[in-house]
Design a protein around this ligand. Structure first.
Ligand code: CAA
Length: 259
């Protein structure tokens, strides 16, 4: 599953995907974007997979889309590049298993946008997050204006977008842009711990929870709760529901099969 700029380790139902293009602080060029698509597509076929951790090698998570690749773009090329990145980030957002961003360092521009397409964001104390695109005379192009506003609210998003300010991890935590901040040396262990906790739960239920929250954010409350009732109903057609409830009655841990 490895690619030139992407490493994948799969063990105990958890995949750790590491973007490793350190000479450009893991900047997202077309090749890295296409690799992310291929790797997530392949991971989607792994029956045993329960969660994914996405991180960067070296001092950056991802320092943005590749500025050198974009420098001579025409408007048409800019649109195509934006769509290419957005498509892959939407695939990650809709990936049937939880995806945890282990934000080890700079998560700027496309890097912050990639972290926001994940379900959870655990940051190292060394992380810096922001949308500095205005410094380059462009807007974010990989979903930043939309996901940032949904995550931290309109005013805070506008301030970050207008100023290009880089937030230290503790400030990102206050805003809700990351969920937890940990010392750098414990970052991957903490993410593995969370992934292992999720891996013990009913896989279909976890997947439906993700689907319900994601879809519900684009619905009225009325439609959202109707959608929830449908997913709730469908869990009663799974072996996991039978096992989960029987295990409770038997006072023993559940052994979920994921179907
Ligand atoms: N694209 C291409 N190359 C990049 C890059 C990027 N986004 N970010 C860093 N690099 C390269 C640098 O050019 C440098 O390469 P060379 O050694 O060949 O010159 C190498 O990575 C190391 O970077 P620095 O020497 O700049 O490292 P630093 O520690 O001094 O600074 C930094 C780190 C503050 C993150 C700085 O590199 C920086 O500001 N990077 C750009 C951040 C940015 O503007 N990101 C947004 C990009 S636009 C975007 O993402 C649009 C979108 O939404 C789709």
């Amino acid at each position: 599953m490895d690619e030139r700029f992407l490493r994948v380790e799969l063990a105990d139902g958890v995949a750790v995907v590491t973007i490793d293009r350190q000479e450009a602080l893991n900047a997202l060029n077309s090749e890295v974007i296409d690799s992310l698509h291929r790797v997530f597509h392949a991971l989607g076929k792994e029956d045993s997979l329960r969660a994914v951790i996405l991180t960067g090698a070296g001092k950056a998570f991802v320092a943005g889309a590749d500025i050198k690749e974009m420098a001579d773009f025409t408007a048409a090329q800019g649109r195509a590049f934006s769509r290419r990145g957005q498509r892959v980030f939407s695939e990650i957002e809709a990936f049937p298993r939880p995806v945890i961003a282990a934000v080890n360092g700079f998560a700027l521009g496309g890097g912050c946008e990639l972290a926001m397409a994940c379900d959870l964001r655990i940051a190292s104390e060394k992380a810096k997050l922001g949308q500095p695109e205005v410094n380059l005379g462009v807007t974010p192009g990989f979903g930043g204006t939309q996901r940032l506003a949904r995550l931290v609210g309109g005013p805070a998003a506008k301030r970050l977008l207008f100023t290009g300010e880089l937030l230290p991890a503790d400030r990102a935590l206050q805003l809700g842009l990351v969920d937890e901040v940990v010392p750098p040396e414990t970052l991957l262990d903490r993410c593995r711990e969370l992934a292992a906790l999720i891996a013990q739960k009913g896989p279909v239920a976890v997947s439906y929870c993700k689907q319900a929250v994601n879809a519900g954010l684009d619905m009225s409350l009325e439609r959202g709760i109707a959608y929830e009732a449908e997913l709730f109903a469908q869990t009663f057609a799974t072996a996991d529901q039978k096992e989960g409830m029987q295990a409770f009655v038997d006072k023993r841990p559940a052994r979920f099969a994921g179907r």
